[in-house]
Design a protein around this ligand. Sequence first.
Ligand code: R5P
Length: 260
Amino acid sequence: MSGELSPIDTAKFVAAKRAVEFVEDGMRVGLGTGSTAAWMVRCLGELVREAGLTVTGVPTSSRTADLARQQGIKVVSLDEAKWLDLTIDGTDEFDADLCLIKGGGGVHLLEKIVATASDRMVVIADPSKSVDQLGAFPLPIEVIPFGWQTSKSLVEELLTSMDVLGQTTTLRMNGDRPFISDEGNYIIDLHLKRIGDPRRLSMVLNQIPGVVENGLFIDICDVVVVGHGDGRVEVSDINEGTFEEDRIEFVDTDNIFKDV
Ligand SMILES: O=C[C@H](O)[C@H](O)[C@H](O)COP(=O)(O)O
């Protein structure tokens, strides 16, 4: 293993390295956002440059689009690609049913659109993302700026009848201004501590008109790849009911930091 990476970065790197093995020549691939997904974009870029893999990437954020282009990956919009073979993305939490909380970086709306338009979603994670029950990580909801305080109040009222442990809500800030998503919306974080029924919560949150999308991914993720700091990788496929253990023996980070 490389001596240069911290255990957490090694975990993210080996998960990403294993996940790009799902990518086949000619595939249209959804590219997630976040620190773990960034490793995946670099690993994919290495395959494109060094192994001649042909892929078309659909990025889920401007950040990922910039990184993908820098890595030599062809980038198109979702409407140009129309449908994707595979999406690989990180997560903030996942449970045993492969339900997720995403949106820690404020990008869950585009990530959910892209993952839903894919035959398969592979999530890459370090072990800290695995939870028995979702909710310790704040659940983001993207809201339209118009009337956002009213939408926030409606969400708070709704939470009183939900199976959750906490009910605090906060507007996500960027310094002294509201954080603005790539789509020009605000993010409200729901500090729920424990979500008893993620499926129901996801459905009812999206019924509030000012809520564009929430960060719960239910029945969207097919495979989770968990990397460890010692190079071990675990691959769980919820549809096949399979669990495999693997190991990435050698981490060569020189190639993946090359720009084209
Ligand atoms: O909005 C951000 C995305 O949902 C990320 O995939 C998620 O927050 C995980 O990010 P990271 O890999 O940096 O922990």
